[in-house]
Design a protein around this ligand. Structure first.
Ligand code: GTP
Length: 301
């Protein structure tokens, strides 16, 4: 039992691939959001929950802001906009580059419209060799937006700067009830986290556009009463028959690789043994099919 008396909801936003999910996982201390080196990995808003002393922090990991090219993309951009409503503060996460791009400008405008306090976090400082380079990044952002509450260089990978960041986020906590029960680190249902882990492994194992054109659905999620073993049936949807061939691979090798990597992580996340069966189906142009994306949870909330 802890005695939470304060809460702070904070939106983590930024362009694709800056490390929003990596930061969320590092602060939560558990992998709840999938990470890849390919942009536009996160499709939905994900809550990460951190309890520290008397405060419960609820971090909103959002899709990277990008120019949408499909209905799914439209939905992802809408999620970002809405995630800046009704939170205590915004955390704008950026690359250590001394140039403020269009996504950052759009987000700052939106943050200003909502009258939100904003922390600028410069991520990936483990890749910065000279301190002066960081000063240039700070100068570039301060010139565009003088209103940051704080500017904090961090590395989600090494953990550098995260204590300073948490101390700053603490200043946004207000008295309020505990929103999530003890031990709960995310609002995502277990089946959804499992589906996301399969998608992460596709992003890892497959090149280019193929993983971006896939959706993953868990069609069975049952726990055996006697042994606690979890049985999972997973369907991967892709956009073309040629993609299906690539996902399955020669003699099914690629699908086996994706499945076994995913199963390992799912077992870690669930803390149980998992039996998983995986199918691949073709669903042409699903990213523009409103009913299909709604049915898979990419829906107006
Ligand atoms: N060197 C370094 N790499 C990092 C750091 N944080 C994240 N990365 C890498 O950056 C890439 C993108 O990370 P994600 O956490 O998926 O980024 P994201 O902003 O959530 O991406 P989207 O979902 O596309 O918006 C991955 O390859 C991470 O390993 C960091 O502090 N240092």
């Amino acid at each position: 039992m802890n005695n939470i008396t304060r809460t702070a909801m904070i939106t983590i936003c930024g362009r694709p691939n800056v490390g929003k999910s990596s930061l969320t996982n590092a602060l939560v201390g558990e992998k709840i959001a999938i990470v890849s080196d390919k942009p536009q990995t996160t499709r939905n808003r994900i809550y990460g929950v951190v309890n520290r002393e008397d405060t419960q922090f609820v971090l909103l990991d959002t899709p990277g802001l990008h120019k949408p090219r499909s209905r799914l993309g439209d939905y992802m951009v809408k999620v970002v906009r809405e995630s800046l409503e009704q939170v205590e503060a915004a955390l704008l996460l950026v690359e250590p580059i001394a140039h403020v791009g269009e996504p950052e400008k759009i987000l700052l405008q939106r943050i200003q419209e909502e009258h939100l306090p904003c922390v600028l976090c410069i991520n990936k400082i483990d890749t910065v060799e000279k301190k002066d380079d960081l000063l240039e990044v700070i100068a570039a952002y301060s010139a565009v937006y003088p209103g940051f509450d704080a500017i904090i260089p961090i590395s989600a990978r090494t953990g550098d700067g995260l204590d300073d960041l948490m101390a700053q986020l603490q200043t946004y906590a207000a008295e309020g009830p505990q929103l999530f029960p003890d031990g709960m680190t995310t609002d995502q249902p277990d089946a959804q986290v499992c589906a996301e882990i399969v998608r992460e492994k596709m992003l890892l194992c497959l090149d280019k556009e193929i993983p971006h054109g896939t959706a993953v659905e868990v069609t069975r999620f049952t726990e055996r009463e006697d042994t606690g073993i979890i049985d999972l049936d997973v369907t991967i949807y892709c956009e073309k028959a040629s993609h299906k061939g690539i996902i399955i691979g020669k003699h099914g090798d690629m699908l086996k690789r994706i499945s076994s990597l995913a199963r390992r992580d799912i077992e870690k996340f669930m803390g149980a043994k998992v039996y998983m069966e995986t199918w691949v189906k073709v669903k042409e142009n699903w990213r523009d099919n409103v009913n299909f994306i709604r049915a898979r949870g990419y829906d107006e909330q």
